[in-house]
Write a new protein. Sequence first.
Length: 101
Amino acid sequence: MGVAVALASVAVHRSAFPLGLVLAVATTYAVPWWLLRKRWPRTATSYAVGWLVLFGLVVVGRPEGDFAIAQDSRGLALMAAGLGLVVVGTVGLTRTSRPAP
């Protein structure tokens, strides 16, 4: 799920500014928020790892010099969302799955 949301976020973050960027960031955080509320922290961490792996591959670029994330306000905002997702993944690692009875 994280890979699919990251791919969609990269695809729409530059379209229909600011709606595309808002949609990308909102979707990026809506899924782990829902997973954490359902008390599935490990799944939220898996989502964050999938999102960050695909995003990392996209940010690196290609040998020809092509890139998918520009170094402008929209690209930097999406990168900041990725940094925030690192925090979400860390929270998922430190939480327990179910509360103790």
